[in-house]
Structures are given as structure tokens and as C-alpha cells.
Design a protein around this ligand. Sequence first.
Ligand code: PLP
Length: 381
Amino acid sequence: MTTKHPAHRPANPRFSSGPCAKIPTFSLDKLSDAALGRSHRAAVGKDKLKAAIEGTREILNIPADYRIGIVPASDTGAVEMAMWSLLGERKATMVAWESFGAGWVTDVVKQLKIDAEVKTADYGEIVDFAEIDFDTDVVFTWNGTTSGVRLPNGEAIPAARQGLTICDATSAAFAQDLPRDKLDVTTFSWQKVMGGEAAHGMIVLSPRAVARLESYTPAWPLPKIFRMTKGGKLIEGIFVGETINTPSMLAVEDYLVALDWAREIGGLPKLMNRADTNARVLWDFCDRNDWIANLATDPATRSNTSVCLKFTDERIKDGAAFAKAVAKKLADHNVALDVGAYRDAPAGLRIWCGATVESSDVEALTPWLTWAFEACIEEQA
Ligand SMILES: Cc1ncc(COP(=O)(O)O)c(C=O)c1O
């Protein structure tokens, strides 16, 4: 290989889209206050779970009348709990523009077999929200992690709507401005923008979502881990930290530490600003180079967390093999780990730019992208 690699490496090569990089100040001894070996129903455990809920409310500015729960099975658990508990009362509209959204479509159409209109867009594109009937229940993913395409805002969602909006916001929460009055159910996991651990999901319910839960019983059986009501009433305990089943108190502690960090650096505005700054480094890099481009075709929809890039050089013979070779080179040099595009997505790179990533690391990565690209072009020849 003729091209010499850059001298300076990112201090932290962790650019995975989940689990994402831990907070920059992370060390294992920060978890020493975890309520390990104690019951999550003892005062110490309950207090920590409540602090995780209230810390989430504080950092994300979630109104006091919205319920926030910690639920099993990470973001997937939270989304499926919402769909299984709420859908079926009326027609649904399923909206997807990448792999995770497509997974929710499968759940609703093939498993729940609900009367649903399905609206999809290709990787890089987004569905036109102006065409959606919000008197149906609408399920969508705010930030499509595998295409790097996000909803720019919630303007197309009417404040007065008959249906519920169920939003998988796992790679948007803590990095993007989510309009609470437009979202009846919001879900996310700790493992994304906060660099927390997986396994637990969070579900945020608007008063309208609670009203649906208390007035409608689905025709299908609900497993215990999805049940949010008893005798037609919301199980309020879930939303003050009495989890449905046993949580990991180590993961809870880790999330509390991440919330403390978020508070210390300046809360949501600063978290969003960090993601914006990181993503901007890559967007500017794409603008300066004609061999790489954002997968998102409309700049307004570019994700500031899961930045998905495609190679556009005409010399590339096998796009998938080429992108894999670049990702491998970056990993082999411990410069960027886990940055290959998602398995169902078009060939390319996916570089996580969420709040726990340092912009100096994204800056340090860019000359390596050029080096790996040129080296792979050379090797291909
Ligand atoms: C948009 C989206 N939804 C759902 C998931 C699944 O999340 P989890 O594995 O935390 O359940 C992911 C994971 O990357 C995601 O990006």
C-alpha cells in the first residue's frame, strides 16, 4: 500500500450505533453505589428506579401529566408493549423508511393482523407525513437508525387528532427535539444516545394514550410483560418504578450516572448540540469529498446520531465488498469500531454521532476515512 496512514487516532474508536459509546467520563467505579444484591422492591431499589424515571422527565422536559415507565426488553420491548396494548381500536397506519420501522410493520400486519395502511420509503428517503391520516393510529420511527434518515420536525402531525401516534424514538431521544404534544407514545432504550446499557426500555405515555389503555381491551391475549392495566385501570406503580419484573440494578445505576453527566454538561440543549456538532463534521467532510455522500437524500432529514454514508466513486467494482473492506481497515487499525452499514441497509458506513461521542474523535476519524478509502481503491486494482 502506498498511502501512509494518518499519525493521529481518535482517542475513543467506539462509533457503534448500539450499544453506543459510554459517557466520556465513564469508569466502572462510578457504578459503586449500585443497589447490588438488594431487592428492587426495597426502598433503596425503588428510589433508584424512581430517580431514573424522574431524571428522564427532567432532562427531556416531559410534562408532569405524561407517565414514564421502565419496561423489559429494551426499546423493542417498549414498542411491542405499546402496539400490543393500544392498537386494534381503530385502523392503523404503519410508516417505515428502513429496517426497524419495517420490523414494526411486520408485527402489526403479520402478527397482530390489524387493518393497517402501510406507507414506506426507500433507504435514504422519507415518507411524506402530510399524506398520513392522523385519525388512524400511526406507528413510526423518528430516526431510522439503519438509513440515517430522521423526521425533521413534527409539524405535519396535527395537535388535534383522533388516533394515537406511537413513536420509536430510540436513536432520537436525548439528541433531537421531540414535540411531546405530537407524540402519544414515545419509546427508547438507555443504550443509544446516553451510552447506557440495553435490556431495559422506556415508555412515555401521553394522557390520551392512558385514556386509550383504560377504555380499550385488545382482542388478543397479552403476556404479563406487556400488561399496563389491571381491571381496566392503569397500573400506576409501573410509572413510579415498580417494574413489571426484575430490572438490572447495575444497568439502572449506569443510567443514573449518565443522567448526572447529562445534567452536569447542560441538559438536553447541550446533548443535542453535541450530536449536531459531531454529525456536522461528517456532513462537511462529505461536502469536501466527491467519493462519499450522505445516504439521506434531503439534507433536512439527515440524522445527527446514526450518520449513514455511501461510497459514490465510479471505480468501485463491488459496493458491498468495498464498504466492508473499508470498515474492516478502520477496525483493524483501532480507529473506528462497528461502523459497517446495517445488514439490511445499502452498502456503506454508519458512524454514530450521538451525545456521548466527542467531536475531536469524529474530527480525528475523517483523515482515516480518506486513507481507508484510498487504500481500498488501490487494493481493488
Ligand atoms: C430505530 C430502532 N428501533 C429499535 C431498535 C432495537 O433496539 P433494542 O435492541 O434496544 O430493543 C433499534 C436498535 O438499534 C433501533 O435503532
